[in-house]
Design a protein. Structure first.
Length: 191
């Protein structure tokens, strides 16, 4: 009888460890082949036919329809350029130049990929962002209203920024992603 309980305990521990490891690996940004560009991260094969099993499981879990390699690229930022997590306790300035894409969008989402502030603007596109004469733009992500391009951030929670470039001329190699020229994310005042 003692051997049965030892075997049962071993099996339960194995199942628990298996479930924990699956939960840890199948997160929203799962998959191999990520490429950084400053604070931004892209998963190059996420929407490809030959995506790795972890990326496919993550896509299935969250019900996403990722961009295919011929359609564009998706970048996610969870940290600013200094490496600190994005949080509503601080203001952030996103400064960028004209993007190498026919169309782009920038969204501020909750840590879980949902709308961060209900009922408020959640993003900008290349069509509605206010730019300077040379095409440069500046977007402020902060919990309280700012003049110009302002994205409302949650009061004290963490959030993520997602930028999608459609019909882009950026290649899908890690070196091309590194030099993509995505907006810099600079932390301002914190409360």
């Amino acid at each position: 009888m003692a051997n049965f309980f030892k075997l049962l305990l071993t099996a339960l521990i194995g199942v628990a460890l298996g479930l924990i490891s699956v939960h840890a690996t199948v997160v929203r940004d799962a998959g191999f082949g990520s490429a950084p560009s400053g604070a931004w991260q892209a998963w190059l094969k996420r929407g490809a036919q030959d995506a790795d099993p972890y990326a496919r499981a993550s896509i299935s879990r969250f019900g996403e329809i990722p961009l295919g390699p011929a359609e564009g690229l998706t970048f996610v930022a969870r940290h600013d350029d200094s490496g600190a997590a994005l949080t509503g306790r601080c203001d952030y300035r996103l400064a960028g130049q004209p993007m190498p894409a026919r169309f782009w969008s920038l969204s501020l989402l909750s840590e879980h990929g949902e709308e961060a502030v209900a009922g408020e603007r959640s993003g900008f596109t290349s069509l509605d962002v206010v730019r300077s004469e040379n095409g440069a733009f500046e977007i402020i992500a902060a919990p309280h209203a700012r003049p110009g391009n302002w994205l409302p951030a949650p009061e004290s929670e963490r959030f993520v920024l997602m930028m999608q470039l459609y019909d882009t001329t950026i290649g899908t190699s890690a070196s091309a992603i590194a030099g993509a020229g995505l907006p810099k994310i600079v932390r301002g005042t914190c409360r």
